[in-house]
Design a protein. Structure first.
Length: 116
């Protein structure tokens, strides 16, 4: 879907991030249910895994006195976020509108890109 020269990715919410905001899609967790030797690890003993996110859409950037500073993030990048609690709030908000596993956060909330 295209609206005002902005392409909405397939399956993504029909929203466009503003300024330095990015829209993220939560990637499936890579949980380890067994050890390398095959022993079962109960759910209560599994370590919390860092959640990975894919950038789906990016805002235009921040307008300053010196002009527009564009976002450095690009759609398709895999990232991790600074605060684990932040996505839970953002996810629940988006889920209220029927868009499960999506969140819109500030670009500064991204901790690092995952380089594969």
């Amino acid at each position: 879907m295209t609206k005002n020269s902005y392409t909405i990715p397939e399956g993504a919410p029909p929203l466009r991030p503003r300024q330095a905001q990015v829209m993220l899609r939560l990637l499936p967790a890579e949980s380890k249910e067994t050890t390398e030797s095959g022993l079962f690890i109960p759910e209560s003993m599994q370590k919390a895994e860092i959640r990975k996110w894919e950038i789906v859409a990016v805002g235009e950037g921040v307008l300053t006195q010196n002009g527009l500073i564009p976002c450095v993030s690009k759609p398709g990048q895999i990232v991790i976020l600074k605060a684990p609690a932040l996505p839970a709030r953002a996810l629940s908000y988006m889920e209220e509108y029927g868009f499960k596993d999506y969140a819109i956060v500030n670009e500064t909330d991204i901790f690092a890109d995952i380089v594969i």
